[in-house]
Design a protein. Sequence first.
Length: 139
Amino acid sequence: MKEIMAIVRMNKTGATKKALIEAGVAGFTAVKVEGRGKLVTDPALIEKRKAQLMSLSFDDVTEAGATEKLVTDFLDGTRLFPRRLFTVLAHDEDVPRIVEAIMQANRTDCKVGDGKIIVMPMHDAVRVRTGEAGEAAIW
């Protein structure tokens, strides 16, 4: 048995849920989290991303300076990014299919920030309603 944890972009929540269901996952948990990954050090990529974010962010309420500070703080690692954490319990033989489904649903052309998938061994699980344990409890 394995536990699969996938940290994905918030705007990929629906696509990830759909991918898990289509992959035959019996159940999963999703929670809102915040975090950050490896900082991007390529100045050209940072400037490109900053320009994209700034073009999306202006409105009549937010001041340009405040928006630029927020965007800069996201890009330099000062602020945490909102993300969604999915947890899936799976049989060993189902892990590759589930991981591939998550990857397909979350890959973007941004080159950064697509998420992380962690697969860990699981000692045991117990279904509260029936008392079933081990492999029988996870599907």
